[in-house]
Ligand binder design. Structure first.
Ligand code: ADP
Length: 566
């Protein structure tokens, strides 16, 4: 504006001389008046120019002020001016938006009206501090209005350095930051909790855990349970050299430990996550322990393995237990076979006098028959019948004892299979007729020559047919033996009482009597003898049965191509 004073005067003088040219009446005025008039005219023109400048300056200021107002209103931070009584004097739009209100609606209200009740105390102290130190202060509070719930904000306050003593508050929405902080705190708590849990599990576990960095090889973590396993404390272990570590392993296992990382990498390639190994260690007190270890690799985000995790479990007691179990089993087997051998010998000893008793009872019976002494004949036939049952029983006991003590030997001979079946038919025909049953032998007279243990085979077939007759009250018993695909196949089918499904599996066990009605005549050894003999001949035996309708027992024995047993 001052430049301009000289400039304006020059401009005014120019404007005046232009005016004189056009003014004809001025020639008549005195020189003083003329001068004065001139001076006044210049001054007036000067004022006009000044006025124009002023209007231009006012416009510029208004424009600038509008720009500032726009910036103030739309700043990303809320701004408030409050007076000494904390009443709002001015608010920008951003703060209004934080409360879902128009700025003008806030004017005249105390700022405390918009502070959430829980934070009133904090805000009070903040204001106190601010007015006391005059330097500025900061507080985090929640603000709220009737139109919007709580918003977490950070408020910075400053007393304005003018004569109003107004306070300027700038308010930043920190809800998101607080949510993140909250999340972080919760996550940290979770991590801490799981770390505590992990430690408790690890420290109370019966296993030992080792984390081993691979580049370069170093111990990252060792669970305290190492002391229970090896007798060495964690500190002792941490101070051990690699050689001392290997020294804990018994020598025969050390190679496996040196290339563990390579083995793990190889296992990874074949999609295996873990490798397992069982080895022995020498503890601090010299005790040898069996340890089962499982190993896996830890990889970083680029899938590069950087750590080996090893878990070790003391299995010494399992190994001891297994050894004891094995010894006990061997002992039991030995005892069992001793018992069977004893039984086989004893039974043999009993059989000899029994044969004499039966033999002499037969002679007596012939004598009583001839003399017609019915009463004594009756007594003697009781001795004969029971003697024969006893003999049968003893024969069964001898047979099963021999099988179980591996004393049963096989004796092969050539014979006609069809003829054997016909002979068996002769043996049981009378029994069948007595019970009113049809006994059907499917074999004919065509010779089929095979080589096998004829006695054992006969014993198997007879036992099965005898059972079929015993457990059939009406109907039939049918049997057949044939040779097919180098196998001797035999079946006996009856229309008897049948066997329940849940009993089929145990039926071949020693002394198994699966039907309550069936124990009248036998002690449950027949089928176990048959099974033992079939096993000895490398064959298999099966049962098919429908309870109440009948059963079919079948066995199959492999024969060599020329018909002999394999
Ligand atoms: P047992 O001397 O009791 O006949 P086995 O070992 O020969 O002994 O048979 C065991 C049990 O199997 C018998 O007690 C009987 O319950 C059942 N069993 C055997 N054969 C038959 C069959 N053909 N029909 C029904 N049940 C049978």
């Amino acid at each position: 504006m001052t430049q301009d004073f000289n400039e304006l005067r020059t401009k005014a003088l120019e404007a005046l001389s232009l005016k004189h040219k056009n003014d004809v009446n001025e020639a008549n005025l005195g020189s003083d008046v003329k001068k004065l008039l001139e001076e006044l005219s210049v001054h007036q023109i000067e004022l006009e120019y000044q006025n124009e400048e002023l209007i231009r300056a006012q416009d510029a200021i208004r424009k600038q002020s509008n720009e500032f107002a726009d910036l103030f209103d739309n700043a990303p931070v809320g701004y408030l001016i409050i007076d000494a009584n904390h009443n709002i004097v001015k608010s920008n739009r951003t703060f209004g938006e934080m409360l879902h209100m128009q700025p003008y609606e806030l004017i005249g209200n105390p700022i405390e009206k918009y502070i959430s009740p829980l934070f009133q105390d904090n805000f009070y102290h903040f204001m106190k501090l601010l007015t006391q130190n005059g330097m500025g202060a900061q507080v985090n509070v929640k603000i709220r209005s009737n139109f919007r719930g709580d918003t977490f904000v950070r408020i910075d306050g400053k007393i304005l350095n003018d004569d109003t003593n107004y306070i300027r508050l700038s308010i930043v929405d920190i809800t998101e930051q607080k949510q993140l902080e909250d999340l972080l705190r919760k996550e940290t708590e979770k991590v801490l909790k799981s770390e505590v849990r992990f430690r408790q599990i690890v420290e109370q576990s019966t296993d030992t855990f080792v984390y081993l960095n691979v580049h370069p090889i170093s111990l990252d973590y060792l669970s305290p349970t190492i002391e229970r396993l090896t007798g060495y404390t964690v500190d002792e272990c941490l101070n051990m050299s690699a050689n001392e570590w290997y020294g804990i392993l018994l020598p025969q296992y050390r190679d496996g430990a040196t290339n563990l990382f390579e083995r793990l990498l190889k296992a990874e390639l074949s999609q295996e996550k873990y490798i397992y190994s069982t080895f022995e260690i020498r503890c601090k007190n010299g005790e040898i322990k069996w340890v089962h270890g499982s190993f896996s690799l830890n990889k970083n985000f680029e899938e590069v393995p950087y750590q080996i995790i090893g878990t070790f479990h003391d299995i010494t007691s399992n190994i001891d237990y297994q050894t004891q179990l094995k010894l006990a089993k061997e002992k039991a087997e030995e005892n069992d076979s001793l018992k069977s051998a004893y039984l086989a010998n004893m039974s043999h000893e009993i059989r000899t006098p029994l044969n004499a008793i039966i033999g002499f009872a037969n002679i007596l019976s012939e004598g009583f028959k001839e003399s017609g002494d019915e009463e004594n004949l009756n007594f003697v036939s009781i001795i004969e019948r029971n003697g024969e049952r006893l003999l049968e029983l003893i024969n069964d006991l001898i047979c099963i004892s021999k099988i179980e003590s591996n004393q049963m030997t096989l004796s092969f001979s050539e014979f006609n299979l069809n003829q054997l079946m016909v002979d068996i038919n002769d043996m049981f025909r009378l029994d069948a007729i007595e019970k009113g049953l049809a006994l059907k032998c499917i074999n004919d007279n065509t010779p089929i020559i095979i080589t096998s243990d004829k006695d054992k085979l006969t014993s198997c077939c007879c036992n099965l047919i005898k059972n079929a007759l015993k457990y059939t009250n009406e109907g039939y018993v049918e049997y057949c033996a044939s040779v097919c695909d180098d196998k001797l196949n035999f079946y006996v089918k009856d229309s008897g009482i049948g066997v329940q499904d849940n009993k089929k599996e145990s039926i071949f066990n020693r002394f198994a009597q699966v039907n309550s009605t069936s124990s009248k005549d036998g002690i449950g050894l027949g089928l176990s003898i048959v099974k033992g003999l079939i096993d000895l001949l490398n064959g298999t035996i099966t049962i098919e049965s429908e309870f109440g309708k009948g059963s079919t027992f079948s066995f199959s024995i492999p024969l060599k191509q020329n018909g002999t047993n394999i």
